[in-house]
Design a protein around this ligand. Structure first.
Ligand SMILES: Nc1ncnc2c1ncn2[C@@H]1O[C@H](COP(=O)(O)OP(=O)(O)OP(=O)(O)O)[C@@H](O)[C@H]1O
Ligand SMILES: O=c1ccn([C@@H]2O[C@H](COP(=O)(O)O)[C@@H](O)[C@H]2O)c(=O)[nH]1
Length: 227
């Protein structure tokens, strides 16, 4: 299968960088790419949120604040590239065009991306890559097990949604973009997923065994969007 694996910054760097997780993910990816083509997108995590706080004391320019998040996500991507050693492409692409170029140059290597451009989140990068690369699925690994009917961190009685249509996802997405919001999907990604019919599995990114079940086409714990 051809997969775009989005790993939330919330997993890689909840408060500080989870080095053990990065190493474990690198080991698994090295095994998984023997059977699948996998590109990875990494979110901004605590680093991005920290720079956002500092940035907001200096400027109100949301594009500039987005840029801080983009650089943070690329730093996180660089950590995974370091852990992947020879299994990674050493260059972090800055756009879909650069990504496709690297796919040709670094076959059988994992290409790891951070952010691409202001006005979106790294989920949108995963969806943009899935579109131009013609991937079978996007896996969004986040810090909750499913998409829920309400934010599960704020509502104890939130109910998990195991399957949803492309259009349903838009109900749970951000309604406007702002740098470093913490929601399950940004609006741009949700619209692109619906328009391009990109199948997405939302699951807990910490649980690598569960991701492996998905790759082996076994029952997995998570939300299926569009399949
Ligand atoms: N309907 C919902 N279902 C699930 N989670 C939701 C929902 N609405 C809001 N959330 C929140 O979204 C959070 C996940 O988004 P967050 O941006 O923190 O992580 P991420 O997308 O994995 O990481 P990153 O933004 O760094 O890529 C959850 O912890 C949860 O509190
Ligand atoms: O293509 C992109 C990706 C990210 N950003 C900005 O970075 C932060 C951190 O990314 P998360 O996906 O939220 O972890 C994001 O909130 C945006 O502000 C971007 O502008 N463009």
């Amino acid at each position: 299968m051809k997969i775009v694996l989005k790993i939330g910054g919330s997993i890689l760097m909840p408060n500080e960088v989870d080095v053990n997780f990065i190493k474990k993910l690198a080991t698994k990816l090295t095994q998984w790419i023997k059977k699948h083509e996998i590109a990875v997108v990494i979110g901004g995590g605590a680093l991005s949120r920290e720079f956002d706080k500092i940035g907001r004391r200096i400027t109100k320019d949301e594009d500039f604040l987005d840029l801080l998040g983009i650089y943070a996500s690329r730093l996180n991507a660089a950590l995974l590239i370091a852990a992947l050693e020879n299994s990674a492409c050493p260059v972090i692409p800055r756009s879909e065009v650069e990504f496709l170029d690297l796919v040709l140059k670094y076959q059988q290597k994992v290409i790891v991306c951070g952010g691409f451009r202001p006005g979106q989140r790294t989920d949108a990068v995963a969806v943009e890559i899935a579109k131009v690369w013609n991937a079978d699925f996007v896996i969004k690994g986040t810090n909750v097990d499913y998409v829920y009917d309400k934010d599960p961190k704020k509502n104890k009685n939130a109910k998990p949604i195991k399957e949803m249509s492309f259009d349903d996802l838009q109900k749970y997405a951000d309604q406007t973009h702002k740098a470093n919001q913490s929601t399950i999907m940004d609006l741009k990604s949700a619209e692109m997923i619906a328009n391009e019919h990109i199948r997405v599995a939302v699951l807990n990114g910490k649980n690598l065994e569960n991701i492996e079940k998905f790759l082996n086409r076994q029952e997995f714990k998570g939300t299926r969007i569009g399949f």
